[in-house]
Design a binder for this molecule. Structure first.
Ligand SMILES: *Cc1c(COP(=O)(O)O)cnc(C)c1O
Length: 421
């Protein structure tokens, strides 16, 4: 019988065994959360009476698509929201978030992001970069920003001040590609309370990308009015082929549906082709796929901190998203790490990632991704801009065995190039 499918140096095997022991308490918590969320999703399926007919999809205008309507219900119930809009027509997380922004905001309105600079891909829409047609500036919507406090926690006084002069207070839950801590649901609740106390009319919206199912609650459970995310991240469970969701207050979700299609028509149209089955299956699997991804991230934190590198979050730290950053300190290590991750991918394992000048970045970026769905970052992947602080951001892992192996191959690749002490 074959006992070893990958060749690891003894050093890596020993470090991995030690790293795993250190993770045990974290894994217990992660498993408990996955069980809770798995039951939450199953109960929503049962409550809504999902049948074979719901999975089939529709063509043309897509009137009376029962499967589409029940999928909206399932997302709403799982995310503690009154209503949800789940569509394969959302082309990316950015498109979903921007649809929600334009669904709610009107000329003259102020939107204030209270978690510092928002995710790169939103900056053109907000008018922070470039002068693209249709951006906020052209529509007379004002963008403002409040920073987090130096320790990475929300500045609640600034939130209250912002709420008084804004139509929307905007929160980005995940760190994205920065080294600030991600915001926990408890912190999001503090922001909601501070904003609503200052201005009960303000709309609190959350970019929930990478956060779904990592905790037991979601932003709408603690009072956020609206949230949005991508189906090729957590809630698609690695099975949805494309799409996004918006969840929250009924009137706001309706307004977003009018923006996605047309005023008056809204969610009554929109055929689902053959996309309903993967979206249903995706949310059903999502809690366990997120479990695998969070275990993979925690194991990586443990292994690489054991090898002497700075990691954030650390082992034992409370997690609210699937992102793991590892400070590798130089470009060679970043490249070796990404090559190792790529070698462990189920698809395109034979490809060697190279740094390139990606549009929108001011330095070369190297990326490792060998995924079933192009660009899916719930699948094990890593990105690193080749500049200070020379950190790699990794996320995903569809299964724990493949995630763990990928992380070990990243370390092995660095060892083989003499980049580990
Ligand atoms: C991924 C992500 C987005 C944008 O999603 P895309 O699918 O890449 O357009 C926005 N915000 C955060 C925090 C994200 O992680």
């Amino acid at each position: 019988m074959q006992t070893e499918f990958f060749k690891f140096d003894d050093r890596i095997k020993e470090e991995a065994a030690r790293a795993l022991k250190v993770c045990r308490a974290d894994f217990d918590r992660i498993e408990e959360t996955a069980e809770y969320n798995g039951q939450k999703v199953l109960a929503a399926f049962i409550r809504n009476g999902i049948s074979e007919a719901c999975l089939k999809g529709s063509t043309g205008y897509g009137y009376d698509d029962m499967g589409r309507e029940k999928l909206d219900r399932i997302f709403a119930e799982c995310f503690g929201a009154e209503d949800a809009l789940v569509r394969h027509n959302f082309m990316s997380g950015t498109h979903t978030l921007v649809t929600a922004l334009y669904g709610v905001l009107r000329p003259g309105d102020v939107m204030t992001c209270v978690t510092g600079t928002p995710y790169d891909t939103l900056q053109e829409t907000l008018g922070l970069k470039g002068a693209s047609s249709g951006n906020f500036v052209e529509f007379g919507i004002q963008y403002r920003q409040k920073e987090l406090l130096p320790d990475g926690t929300p500045d609640l006084e600034a939130v209250a001040e912002a709420a008084k002069e804004s139509r929307m207070v905007y929160i980005q839950r995940s760190r994205g590609y920065s080294l600030r801590p991600s915001l926990t649901i408890a912190q999001i609740e503090q922001i909601v309370k501070a904003a609503k106390a200052a201005n009960p009319e303000v709309v609190v919206m959350v970019d929930n990308c990478y956060g779904e199912f990592v905790e037991k609650q979601e932003p709408c459970d603690v009072g956020a009015d609206l949230m949005a995310g991508s189906l090729i991240k957590n809630p698609g469970g690695g099975i949805a082929l494309t799409g996004g969701y918006i969840a929250g207050r009924h009137d706001l979700v309706e307004a977003c549906a009018f923006r996605l299609s047309c005023p008056g028509v809204g969610r009554e149209v929109g055929c689902t082709h053959d996309q309903l089955r993967p979206m249903y299956q995706g949310i059903f699997y999502a809690p366990t796929v997120v479990e695998a991804a969070v275990k993979t991230a925690t194991f990586a934190a443990s292994l690489f901190s054991g090898l002497g590198f700075g990691v954030t979050p650390e082992v034992g730290e409370y997690r609210t998203d699937i992102i793991q950053a590892v400070k590798l300190e130089n470009a060679q290590r970043l490249c070796a790490f990404c090559k190792g991750i790529q070698k462990g991918s189920p698809v395109d394992s034979y490809v060697t990632p190279e740094p390139w000048a990606m549009p929108g970045y001011d330095s070369d970026v190297i990326m490792a991704a060998g995924a079933f769905t192009l660009g899916a970052s719930i699948e094990l992947s890593a990105d690193a801009p080749l500049r200070e602080p020379f950190a790699v951001w990794m996320q995903g892992g569809l299964t724990w065995p493949s995630g763990k192996t990928g992380v070990m191959l990243a370390a092995q690749s660095m060892l083989e190039e003499g980049l580990i002490q």
